[in-house]
Design a protein around this ligand. Sequence first.
Ligand code: ADP
Length: 190
Amino acid sequence: MSKLNIVLFGPPGAGKGTQSEFLIRKYGLIHLSTGDLLRAEIKAESPLGLQAKEQMDAGQLVPDEVVIGMIRNKMEANLEAKGFIFDGFPRTRAQAIALDEMLAEKSEPITVMLALEVPEAELVKRLLNRGATSGRSDDQDETVIRNRIREYEQKTAPLKEYYSAQGKFKALDGVGSVEEITTRLMEAVG
Ligand code: ADP
């Protein structure tokens, strides 16, 4: 049976992490979140984590080779998976190309890119709220939040065209209740 490989896409605060939880349960997928993997490295005080922390605290992307290496390791550790949900990756064209190459080696291409669309004012509101409860330092400072949104617009949003060209791009309204958005995602997976 072919695998279900989903890229869950959208700006910071779009709800990718929240919706991933449901999708992994429903379809039995492995969740690969580069943000979570990086925060685990920071917590472990590894050299990689120490290096990434500075960029993350400033709201900038960490270097492509760092996140590509992390994703490669996790995919290789989960060869029997029914599929993957990529959350927060790819975020640049170089990452998207690397991902396609990794998947091509195993003949298991991306099935679909699901893009959650949320207006900027709503994103900032959600992230500041999350910062107040989660303790994530990059969610507590509005300047850092706006930097992340700019990084998204400049480097990440163009990937919509990359996946459109492959006939895999699906946009969804990311405003509404968690359940409403879950339903939209399920319908989009088909
Ligand atoms: P959010 O989507 O809310 O910004 P994430 O947890 O996905 O949260 O990412 C937090 C930070 O981790 C980003 O601002 C960035 O510095 C870094 N990061 C995560 N994924 C990537 C990636 N694929 N490429 C580069 N940097 C990344």
